[in-house]
Design a protein around this ligand. Structure first.
Ligand SMILES: Nc1ncnc2c1ncn2[C@@H]1O[C@H](COP(=O)(O)OP(=O)(O)OP(=O)(O)O)[C@@H](O)[C@H]1O
Ligand SMILES: [Mg+2]
Length: 355
């Protein structure tokens, strides 16, 4: 019966990826015994697990195996934290592989969520684009992909079926690829470690990026699997670390810097976001958080402070509507943000040219 069950597994489909659960490495093993146990990788979503169980039961019934003749066990994968911990103990050697046609790959990261990585990625990419560079933006945040919404792009990405390639979406010439374009809205994300690595690989190598001066990669917060996959899969020029001025965020950003160091991705510089609040009514800046966080982190990581981006209400409002702040050149309230990004883009270009 173990063999019979085993041979069924290749026919069971992961409802999300439409690939078999064996291809997606969600099937672990079958433990033999009076009542064999089908061991599968657990997912956060119990409904999804139930859907797979019922598929297996139906397939088994066709082979005259009663649903009571075997049971299921959903095995937890090692937690992200465990993996990150392991990663920090085993230094990753830098891969030699680069993406054909892509000159520079830069990751945008932070230890903490919500500090503005995606905002920095979108506006920095757009500013480089405005300067006449060819730019790609890859949203590698699988758990909360937000780039699509921020630049006003949605729906599925196109496939070049003949070449089995993904065609990135475009906004004002900026090429954009996001996990969001591969998922239905509100779909639970159940990709596990190995699949995540595969997805990152596809984004990097199976996307028709064409000729690019810069490919920016917006990372999820923290020091987890995506960062590790990226480090193992592509030769990045380095990472830009985003922080806010206050100490808590700084601590986390410091941790992110240490992680990039462990996986041999050099830190190119620091961007301090929300460095000051510019009042939407009177235009006066005020330091609602403490000052100097960005330059302290830059000193700590022996890099430079590439720039400081103020917190501007109209910037947030634009992002909510899927409008890219640095393209709102008629809105003078956004001008300080536009200036900040120009400064950061120039610093990034010269940093990369100096490598
Ligand atoms: N300088 C800014 N001025 C105004 N609003 C901002 C600024 N930076 C970020 N925001 C807003 O703050 C929120 C969080 O920013 P963002 O999504 O870029 O952070 P993140 O670090 O990518 O978050 P996550 O960790 O969830 O990926 C968004 O609503 C964004 O529009
Ligand atoms: Mg983000």
């Amino acid at each position: 019966m173990k063999e019979k069950l085993e041979s069924l597994m290749g026919k069971v489909q992961n409802p999300l990826s439409h690939r078999s659960i064996t291809t997606d490495k969600l099937f672990v093993t079958i433990e033999d015994g009076a009542k064999p146990v089908v061991v599968l990788r657990a997912a956060a979503d119990k409904k999804w697990q139930a859907a797979i169980e019922s598929q297996i039961k139906n397939l088994a019934a066709k082979e005259d195996i009663s649903a009571d003749a075997f049971t299921f066990r959903w095995a937890e994968a090692a937690s992200d934290q465990d993996r990150a911990a392991r990663a920090t103990h085993a230094p990753v050697s830098r891969p030699q592989r680069s993406i054909p046609g892509v000159k520079h790959v830069v990751a945008i990261g932070s230890g903490k969520g919500g500090v503005g990585k995606s905002t920095i990625s979108v506006n920095l990419a757009s500013t480089l684009q405005q300067m006449g560079k060819k730019v790609g933006l890859m949203d590698a945040d699988i758990y909360g992909p937000s780039i699509g919404k921020m630049v006003g792009l949605n729906g599925r990405q196109q496939m070049d079926v003949q070449n089995d390639h993904i065609i990135p979406k475009e906004k004002f010439g900026l090429k954009v690829m996001s996990f969001a374009f591969m998922l239905e809205e509100d779909q639970p994300v159940v990709w596990r470690g190995p699949m995540l690595g595969k997805a990152v690989q596809q984004f990097l190598y199976d996307t028709e990026w064409g000729e690019l001066d810069y490919l920016l990669i917006d990372l999820p917060p923290g020091t987890g699997d995506t960062q590790l996959s990226l480090a193992q899969l592509v030769q990045t020029d380095g990472a830009v670390i985003v922080t806010t001025p206050q100490n808590v965020a700084l601590l986390d950003a410091g941790r992110a810097a240490a992680m990039f160091d462990k996986v041999n991705i050099p830190v190119l510089g620091v961007v301090e976001n929300m460095s000051e609040f510019i009042c939407g009514h009177c235009g006066k800046p005020s330091h609602i958080f403490s000052r100097g966080g960005g330059s302290r982190l830059a000193a700590q990581t022996k890099t430079v402070l590439m720039g400081q981006v103020p917190l501007v209400e109209d910037c947030l409002a634009a992002a909510e509507k899927g409008e890219i702040p640095v393209y709102q050149n008629k809105n003078e309230k956004i001008q300080p943000v536009v200036d900040a990004f120009e400064h950061i883009a120039k610093n990034l270009i010269s940093k990369l040219d100096s490598l």
